[in-house]
Design a protein around this ligand. Structure first.
Ligand SMILES: Nc1ncnc2c1ncn2[C@@H]1O[C@H](COP(=O)(O)OP(=O)(O)O)[C@@H](O)[C@H]1O
Ligand SMILES: [Mg+2]
Length: 313
């Protein structure tokens, strides 16, 4: 890991009044509220002035009332993580943490982000975009074999995702994914360990590996289960870890992500990484992945929050 640079802001007052944006009405609302509570406690400890705003309309009211100098964005999913709030705030002249409009929109869109990764030679699985008629299970089986993953193209937190073991499971999986948007993708299931690379500024944090007894890292494994195991340090040999960190940063840059985020990939038996996605507003509860990786790098939760806030400068 290349070391983090010195903090740019020394005095909490220099941040002005922070608008901490949480919640919204996406399916990831609860996750956002949890992280928001942890970040709010941290801002308080650091003596940073802030207001907590649930959803964009509440934030806009506070901006119009002159109460917001910059926004700490923790609103996950559509609205918060897809470029919408980034575009609105750009027009209003209010700085926001993390990625801008383009990077947010691209990373939130699994179809366009995978096309871009493929084009740039960043390894990601082949996939198919399902049209309104749905697929022919035999064609899917012929192309990918089983199992496959079926996902909504524009969500996160594993919501709407199914691992499908055979043709019989395909219709229900597609129906579930469609509840969260018209565009649905199918891709072959990868076998391997699942890894996460937190990014802060230009630094890639130590990799985290997770293990779950569940079929995959689903919503339950991410937020509810005590059985998910997190390994940081990841246990990879140092040279391999450094190569994977560099590749993760390539994926981050390719999708125009900025400031901070998290890159997710699966490492197969040949030690080849397969990039799943880039997240521009990763979870920020105190047991979330980026805070854990930061801790391993000697960066506590409060310093992490401070550094994320600096990405709005
Ligand atoms: N092709 C795949 N092979 C194996 N596991 C997968 C695959 N795609 C997704 N997964 C599992 O599903 C989880 C969520 O998938 P991901 O594409 O990251 O969507 P989300 O944006 O909802 O997090 C991953 O963390 C992983 O456990
Ligand atoms: Mg993911």
């Amino acid at each position: 890991m290349n070391a983090l640079p010195a903090l740019r802001i020394k005095d909490a007052g220099q941040f002005g009044q922070v608008g901490l944006l949480v919640g919204g009405d996406s399916a990831e609302r609860e996750v956002s509220l949890d992280g928001g509570a942890a970040v709010a406690r941290s801002l308080e400890r650091s003596g940073i002035r802030f207001g907590l705003h649930d959803g964009a309309p509440a934030l806009f009211d506070a901006i119009r009332a002159g109460q917001v100098d910059r926004v700490f964005n923790l609103m996950h999913g559509p609205g918060g993580e897809d470029g919408a709030i980034q575009g609105a705030l750009r027009l209003m002249g209010v700085p926001i943490t993390g990625s801008g409009l383009l990077g947010s929109a691209l990373t939130m869109d699994k179809v366009r982000s995978k096309w871009l990764m493929q084009r740039l030679g960043i390894p990601t699985t082949e996939f198919e975009v399902l049209g309104p008629d749905g697929p022919d299970p035999d064609a899917i089986a012929g192309r990918f074999g089983w199992p496959v993953f079926v996902k909504p193209a524009g969500l996160g937190s594993s919501i709407g995702i199914t691992r499908v073991e055979s043709g019989a499971g395909l219709p229900a999986a597609i129906e579930l994914a469609r509840r969260y948007g018209e565009e649905v993708i199918v891709e072959p299931a990868l076998e391997g360990g699942e890894y996460f690379a937190g990014v802060i500024g230009r630094t890639v944090l130590p990799l985290i590996r997770i293990e779950t007894p569940r079929a995959f890292y689903d919503y339950e494994a991410k937020y509810l289960s005590d059985e998910t195991r997190y390994y940081c340090p990841s246990g990879l040999e140092a040279g391999l870890e450094a190569r994977l960190q560099a590749q993760a940063l390539q994926a981050f840059d390719a999708l125009h992500a900025k400031g901070w985020g998290r890159v997710d990939f699966i490492l197969d038996a040949q030690q080849q990484p397969w990039f799943l996605e880039v997240n521009t507003v990763p979870g920020m509860t105190d047991h979330s992945l980026v805070p854990q990786a930061a801790q391993e790098a000697g960066v506590g939760f409060d310093e992490l929050v401070w550094r994320i806030l600096e990405t709005s400068l």
